[in-house]
Design a protein around this ligand. Structure first.
Ligand code: OSB
Ligand code: MG
Length: 368
């Protein structure tokens, strides 16, 4: 397939509710969409899951725009490629910037699958037709608000509730949740808000029977997480520490955590994601697909990768309606009693709603 043309859209979407983590509050998503177009005029779509500010990761929407424009798009434009795996070689000279690389690579995967006449799920080697879904809930000032949010998602049937925690909003909050919901599958995500000095606070979470505690310590760290895991009964799940296959290999070797949250963007795309999946499967390490408050385009990619066999735990690919009044794909993503049916139409399996994209686009550039 020949990549003749690439469109870059900077999109702003207001979320239904603000989302608060230990690193801050987001009201709007400001992210990029990448559209690659082949010699037949057919399109593939990818999402760059950055935010306006580099709080979760060092990339941010403006930096990814520049990375794509100056380096990644020129490396791909007018190239004739057989398979999306080949993009790794084009991108290798440029360090990191995984969210930007993943957006372009994801668009090429969508196009590749469409050209083969298969779903992205099938192109990736997925085996499931349905996936279990959990939901991630932000920090609230008011505990009653958080309990009400949890009740709402439990009633909708989500298979696992994740709550965000930070110092001062942790042990007591979890205790109050467990008083109200003694048996729900529950986990906590700290987004790197603690250090080894907080080991007593983290140990105090063991009695709450959490499925896991996600990324308690610094982004990138593997050694201190290994020390902490020795002290905790609760399994540690790594998010911000995992950027590559090599990171996962080392985390398993060091026992830095026992569960992997895979985000396609964070590891630089679907080709790496598949390799990491296979490694975890061999090593018997359970995994699940994390979210970045994606629009339908990124969500569709997450759904496709979750169809692989070793995504055994419910992921963060909640329904479109959990985030948006109106999503930019058709049909929107729906979840029924915590179960999502994977689409089988070619490519990402959802149509991009160009009118909705246009309404929300604040910057556009065409490359050919
Ligand atoms: O740590 O998993 C995270 C959202 C933005 C950045 C980081 C994270 C999250 C979430 C929400 O937890 C996941 C989602 O619902 O998309
Ligand atoms: Mg996380």
């Amino acid at each position: 397939m020949k990549i003749n043309e690439i469109n870059l859209y900077k999109v702003k979407m207001r979320m239904k509710n603000p989302f608060t983590t230990s690193f801050g509050t987001e009201h709007d998503r400001l992210f990029l969409l990448v559209e690659v177009i082949d010699e037949k005029g057919q399109s593939g779509w990818g999402e760059c899951v950055t935010s306006e500010r580099p709080l979760y990761i060092e990339e941010f929407t403006e930096s990814s725009w520049l990375m794509l424009k100056k380096f990644l798009i020129p490396s791909l434009l007018r190239k004739d490629i057989e398979h999306p795996d080949e993009l790794q070689a084009f991108f290798r000279p440029y360090k990191r910037n995984h969210l930007a690389k993943s957006a372009l690579e994801g668009a090429v995967w969508d196009l590749y699958a469409k050209r083969q006449g298969v779903s992205l799920t099938e192109a990736l080697g997925g085996v499931k037709s349905e996936i279990d879904v959990g939901v991630s809930l932000g920090i609230e000032d008011d505990i009653d608000q958080l309990l009400a949010n949890i009740q709402g998602k439990v009633d909708e049937g989500y298979k696992r509730i994740k709550v965000k925690i930070k110092p001062g909003k942790d042990v007591r909050v979890l205790e109050q949740i467990r008083e109200e919901f003694p048996d729900i599958p529950l986990m906590a995500d700290a987004n790197s808000a603690y250090t080894l000095e907080d080991v007593e606070t983290l140990k105090a979470m063991d009695p709450f029977n959490l499925m896991m505690i996600e990324q308690p310590l610094a982004a990138g760290d593997l050694i201190d997480h290994a020390k902490l895991q020795k002290e905790l009964k609760t399994p540690i799940c790594l998010d911000e520490s995992i950027h590559s296959y090599e990171d996962v290999r080392k985390a398993i070797e060091l026992d830095s955590g026992r569960i992997i949250n895979l985000k396609i963007g964070r590891v630089g795309g679907l080709t790496q994601a598949k390799k990491i999946h296979d490694l975890c499967e061999q090593a018997n390490v359970p995994m699940w697909c994390g979210g970045m408050l994606e629009s339908g385009v990124g969500r569709a990619h997450n759904i496709a990768i979750t169809s692989l066999a070793n995504f055994t735990l419910p992921g963060d690919t909640a329904a479109s309606a959990r985030y948006w009044d109106k999503d930019i794909i058709e049909p929107e993503v729906t979840v029924n009693q915590g179960v999502l049916t994977i689409p089988d139409a070619p490519g990402i399996g959802y149509e991009v709603n160009r009118d909705e994209v246009k309404k929300r686009t604040i910057q556009f550039e065409n490359f050919q």
